[in-house]
Design a protein around this ligand. Structure first.
Ligand code: SF4
Length: 354
C-alpha cells in the first residue's frame, strides 16, 4: 500500500484568537467574549505566515472568531501580498456581515469555513448557545453565494446532533450548492467544552458513514470527515466491493485525503503561538515565538511518531489499512492518554481489517 507520510503540512490551522460571541457546546477553544493579551500580535502572525508560505502549505485562520481581531484584514492583505493560500472560518454572528465577507474576498481568501450543526433554528441555536445563530449562518452562506466564494461547511457529529446530519445535507444541497464545495463532518473529540458531550454509538456512526458514502456518489459538493479517518476505509471497502482496484481508488480519489490525520498533513497553532499536532490533541510541542513551526512539524519526536504507522498500538497497529487511515490520534489520546493507541470510534472488526 502507498505510504501516506506528509513531510510538510497541507493545512496549518491558526486559532488567531479565542474571543467569540457564541457559546458553542463543543468549543475546543473554550472561547470567551474578550480577546486575550497573550494572543500573537500582528507582526508575529506575519512571521508565522512567512514560515507557512515557505513550507508550501495552506493557512486556515480560525478561532474563536477571527473577526474579533481588528487586524484581520491587515493579516489577509499580507497573505495576498506573499501569495499564501488563506481561508477564514468566521463565527456566524452579526459581525460576519456582507461588507466584511466581501472584503475577505477582495483580499484573496480561497474559501470560507462555516459551521452548521443543525438544520433549523432550534437545533443550531441550542447547540451554538446563542439565539439567531442559524439565521446568521444562512446569511453568511447567502453572502458567499452572491459573492461566489467557495465554502466548506463543518458539521459537528455528536450523539445530540447525529439526527441533524441528513437534514443538513438536504438543506445544503437544495439551497447552497453553490457556494458549498466541501462538507466535512467532524466526529467529536471530547476536549474543551466538548468534554460534556457524547460521541455517537458505533451503530450510529456506521449509519452516518453509509449515508455519507451513498450521497458522495451524487452530491454536488465533496463530502469528507474530520477526526474520523476510518470513513476513508469504509469508502475504500465499498469501492472494492464494487470491483474497483485499490491502486485505482487511491490515485483517483485525491480529495479523500488518505492518510491525513493529526500531525500528518495538519498542524495547529494556538492564539498564544503554542504548536499542537491538531486542535484536538493537547500535546504542546513548542511555541512559534521561540521556534519555527516548520522545524517542529518536521523534527519534533512526537510529530515523527505520529507519522510512523508502525508505532500504532491495539487494533490500529494490526490494521492493514493504517496507512490510509491511522485512526484519530486525538481521540486515542482522549480515551487512553496515549496518542498511539487505537481509535475508539472505529467499528470495524479485526477480521475486516486483515
Ligand atoms: S483500526 Fe485504526 S487504522 Fe484501522 S480502520 Fe480502524 S481506526 Fe483506522
Amino acid at each position: 500500500m502507498r505510504d501516506f507520510v506528509y513531510e510538510k503540512p497541507i493545512n496549518v490551522y491558526l486559532e488567531i484568537t479565542i474571543a467569540c460571541d457564541l457559546e458553542c457546546k463543543h468549543c475546543r477553544a473554550e472561547a470567551i467574549p474578550e480577546r486575550s493579551p497573550e494572543e500573537l500580535n500582528t507582526q508575529e502572525v506575519k512571521e508565522l505566515m512567512d514560515d507557512i508560505k515557505g513550507m508550501g502549505s495552506h493557512l486556515i485562520i480560525s478561532g474563536g472568531d477571527p473577526l474579533k481581531r481588528k487586524d484581520l484584514f491587515e493579516i489577509l492583505e499580507y497573505g495576498k501580498e506573499i501569495k499564501l493560500p488563506t481561508a477564514v472560518t468566521p463565527t456566524t454572528s452579526p459581525l460576519a456581515d456582507f461588507e466584511k465577507i466581501k472584503k475577505m474576498k477582495e483580499l484573496g481568501i480561497y474559501a470560507l469555513g462555516i459551521s452548521l450543526d443543525g438544520a433549523d433554528e432550534n437545533a443550531q441555536d441550542s447547540f451554538r448557545g446563542v439565539k439567531g445563530t442559524f439565521k446568521n449562518s444562512m446569511n453568511v452562506l447567502s453572502y458567499a453565494k452572491e459573492l461566489n466564494i467557495p465554502v466548506q461547511v463543518n458539521t459537528t457529529c455528536t450523539k445530540e446532533t447525529v439526527k441533524e446530519i441528513k437534514k443538513i445535507y438536504n438543506l445544503l444541497k437544495e439551497k447552497f450548492s453553490p457556494p458549498v464545495k466541501r462538507w466535512s463532518i467532524f466526529f467529536l473529540v471530547p476536549v474543551g467544552r466538548g468534554m460534556q458531550l457524547q460521541l455517537p454509538s458505533h451503530e450510529e456512526t456506521k449509519d452516518i458513514f453509509e449515508f455519507l458514502y451513498e450521497k458522495s456518489k451524487s452530491s454536488p459538493f465533496h463530502i469528507t470527515t474530520t477526526e474520523a479517518p476510518s470513513y476513508k476505509v469504509f469508502y475504500l471497502l465499498k469501492e472494492i466491493e464494487k470491483g474497483k482496484k485499490l491502486k485505482e481508488i487511491l490515485e483517483s480519489e485525491i480529495k479523500m485525503g488518505f492518510g491525513i490525520r493529526d500531525g500528518n498533513g495538519v498542524v495547529f497553532v494556538s492564539h498564544k503561538g503554542d504548536i499542537y499536532p491538531s486542535g484536538f490533541l493537547p500535546l504542546k510541542l513548542g511555541n512559534v515565538r521561540k521556534v519555527k513551526l516548520s522545524e517542529v512539524y518536521k523534527n519534533h519526536e512526537i510529530m515523527k511518531n505520529l507519522r510512523n504507522v508502525n508505532l500504532l498500538k491495539g487494533k490500529c497497529g494490526e490494521c492493514n489499512f493504517k496507512t490510509v487511515c491511522g485512526g484519530s490520534r486525538a481521540r486515542a489520546y482522549g480515551a487512553k492518554e496515549n496518542y498511539l493507541e487505537e481509535d475508539p470510534l472505529c467499528f470495524f472488526g479485526k477480521e475486516i481489517l486483515k
